[in-house]
Design a protein around this ligand. Structure first.
Ligand SMILES: NC(=O)c1ccc[n+]([C@@H]2O[C@H](COP(=O)([O-])OP(=O)(O)OC[C@H]3O[C@@H](n4cnc5c(N)ncnc54)[C@H](OP(=O)(O)O)[C@@H]3O)[C@@H](O)[C@H]2O)c1
Length: 296
């Protein structure tokens, strides 16, 4: 998947089904529909060709307006959205995607992810729920309304449920990845199974700006801390999804192709994993809030 050297933000990584995914995505969590529209237009202007939203973010409609206004051909942009927790289950998932497509103004999404593995309603029978919901995503793939079915926040044990039930494994797992959260064991499993890893909160929602060692490394590589972290993800074989609503940051966050972090410095960045992940482990059941998630 990562055999080729990446030289620009529009370079792609090839999934095990042969579909190519642009190596940096623009994150949209916490953006209102209007901010999402402006942000996506800025991102496209800056050269991003990969946009990450979710039904739970309640901004798909803004993303859709930006895609339309951008004038890009459908095959020039890679769009991800995610199945919300309230819509697990075969038929609900089918209906949920149809709603998302209407809001996005698209006839298919490139990547569709089950947003969270264990949800409150099904916490006592999450294995059954994962299989039923995953079957819906595989059907969407067959129907051509989803090019790539995937999951998010799945740990090894959740992926094993799919595998042990004889179902095709996801092509992508979108997990938290930043200097504080590197999940080495899970990433080794993903690599073994040829499941591409995407990294959410690559800037640890701003926490990375408070670490002296990261600032010193950024100075060494003549970049800023955000660029260091985006580059760190790429060199860890993780697709980063940095979010910003600030135009100059949107552009600069993806300009990470004129330096390479040494193996020694990668280890220094990884040493921040002692600070731990943001939020709970993904097998804590979740319910939805108005925007994003809250832990019950
Ligand atoms: N699958 C999941 O469960 C899941 C969970 C969380 C996130 N995600 C996805 O991953 C994306 C990224 O994660 P995230 O939004 O949590 O956080 P993030 O990208 O780690 O950090 C975003 C924060 O960093 C700031 N920032 C961005 N670039 C900066 C720069 N160059 N200098 C200084 N500050 C900068 C942003 O501020 P401004 O906006 O004010 O510039 C914002 O406050 C999300 O938007 C979403 O698409 C997925």
């Amino acid at each position: 998947m990562w055999e080729e050297e990446l030289t620009s933000k529009s370079d792609t990584v090839t999934l095990r089904n042969g579909i190519r995914i642009p190596c940096i995505g623009f994150g949209t969590w916490k953006l209102t529909p209007e901010e999402a529209k402006e942000g996506v237009l800025e991102a496209i202007k800056a050269g991003y060709t990969h946009i990450d939203t979710a039904t739970a973010y309640q901004n798909e409609e803004g993303v859709g307006r930006a895609l339309k206004e951008s004038g890009l051909r459908r095959d020039e942009v890679f769009v991800t959205t995610k199945l919300p927790n309230a819509d697990h289950g075969y038929f609900k998932a089918m209906d949920s995607l149809k709603g998302a497509l209407l809001r996005l103004g698209l006839d298919h999404v490139d990547l569709y992810l089950i947003h969270w593995p264990v949800i409150d309603t099904f916490k006592d029978r999450f294995e059954e729920d994962i299989c039923e919901t995953w079957r819906a995503l595989l059907e969407m793939e067959k129907e051509g309304i989803v090019r790539v079915p995937g999951v998010s926040n799945f740990m090894v044990k959740h992926l094993k449920v799919i595998e042990e039930n004889g179902l095709k494994l996801p092509f992508v797992d979108q997990i938290q990845f930043n200097p504080q959260c590197i999940d080495t064991e899970l990433r080794a499993f993903l690599e073994e199974k040829k499941i591409l890893c995407e990294g959410w909160s690559p800037l640890a929602q701003g926490r990375v700006f408070g670490y002296e060692k990261l600032s010193a490394l950024a100075e060494k590589y003549s970049c800023d801390v955000a660029q260091l972290c985006v580059r760190f993800a790429l060199q860890s074989h993780v697709i980063p999804l940095p979010k910003s609503k600030t135009p100059y940051r949107i552009a600069s966050n993806a300009n990470v192709f004129d330096f390479k972090i040494s193996d020694e410095d990668m280890k220094i960045i990884e040493s921040h994993s002692s600070y731990g992940r943001i939020g709970n482990e993904p097998d804590v059941p979740r319910v939805e809030q108005v925007v994003g998630f809250t832990v019950k």
